[in-house]
Write a protein that binds this ligand. Structure first.
Ligand code: SAH
Length: 269
């Protein structure tokens, strides 16, 4: 009983008075991949600012809250980052419990760092709730693990490009001995393929391309470094998609029968 009483049941009275911003990970889309903590915080929210990669069905957990869509899809006109930050600040200063709901994990290409710094600098309490990142869901969708003893030394989560047009150090990554999980990599796939091949990565290195991981409309195509571009075109690969490059992807076909209980299957190509 004493343990139960010590368990935090929500924001303290002081936190409520001050208002607070929660940066909450909505996961890759499957409702069942939402954390219990995300569900609790959504249930306490007064205002929820929703990113565009969030599955709208998740909002059933915050029916009491006002919801504002603040999507920022690459290439589209969308709410500016500065506007979103000022909105969070203003609402928190009014004493509101504000949730910023983001696809996947807020700390993986989710701007959690810059938003938390910005809010802390203005005296607004801010807390992050983890979500399942799309890269992890993409691997599971195809039935392979991101790491495997004797096969890979680790995992690198990397963006295909930045908004300023920078690209990762592909030659270094080609020799990193890690599984490469590439976010936002569809539009720059030709450059990525070219850079990895030029760096000496084996053309036969297995590649997985996973669209809408964990959602009902999930699709995937297995390929190789040499053929990934042609296969992506043939498949009609569209964003949001994750590319995974590495030997672990080769385990997909072996493990797919074991993952047969899953309600979602993809295209093995
Ligand atoms: N914070 C998110 C990533 C946001 S960056 C996370 O942790 O997952 C946006 C990119 O994430 C997309 O361009 C795409 O590469 C990837 N992404 C997000 N959701 C996805 C999904 N359900 N399936 C495949 N890729 C996804």
């Amino acid at each position: 009983m004493r343990d139960l009483l010590r368990f935090p049941l929500g924001p303290s009275p002081a936190e409520r008075a001050a208002g607070k911003v929660w940066l909450v990970g909505a996961g890759p889309g499957d409702l069942e991949l939402l954390t219990l903590k995300a569900v609790r915080v959504l249930g306490e929210a007064e205002v929820v600012l929703v990113d565009d990669l969030v599955n709208p069905e998740i909002l059933s957990h915050c029916a009491q809250a006002r919801t504002v869509w603040v999507g920022k899809r690459g290439g589209c006109r969308s709410t500016s980052q500065a506007f979103i930050q000022r909105l969070m600040w203003r609402l928190a200063r009014q004493g509101k419990c504000v949730v910023r709901l983001k696809g996947g994990d807020p700390g993986v290409f989710g701007r959690a760092g810059e938003e938390a710094l910005w809010l802390h600098a203005r005296g607004v309490p801010c807390e992050v709730v983890n979500g399942v990142t799309a890269g992890a869901a993409a691997a599971t969708a195809c039935g392979f693990p991101l790491t495997m003893r004797g096969m890979t030394m680790g995992v690198t989560l990397v963006t295909g490009h930045t908004e300023h047009g920078d690209t990762p150090n592909w030659p270094a990554l080609a020799h990193s001995g890690t599984t490469l999980v590439i976010y936002m990599g569809v539009s720059t796939m030709a450059q990525t393929q070219d850079s990895l091949l030029r760096a000496g990565m084996e053309p036969s290195t297995p590649v997985a391309m996973v669209e809408n991981a964990s959602l009902a409309q999930q699709r995937h195509r297995l390929s190789t470094l040499a053929h990934m571009l042609a296969d992506a075109r043939d498949f009609g690969l569209r964003s949001p998609a994750i590319l995974v490059v590495g030997q672990v992807v080769g385990m997909a076909e072996a493990l797919v029968p074991l993952a047969g209980a899953s309600k979602r299957t993809g295209t093995l190509g």
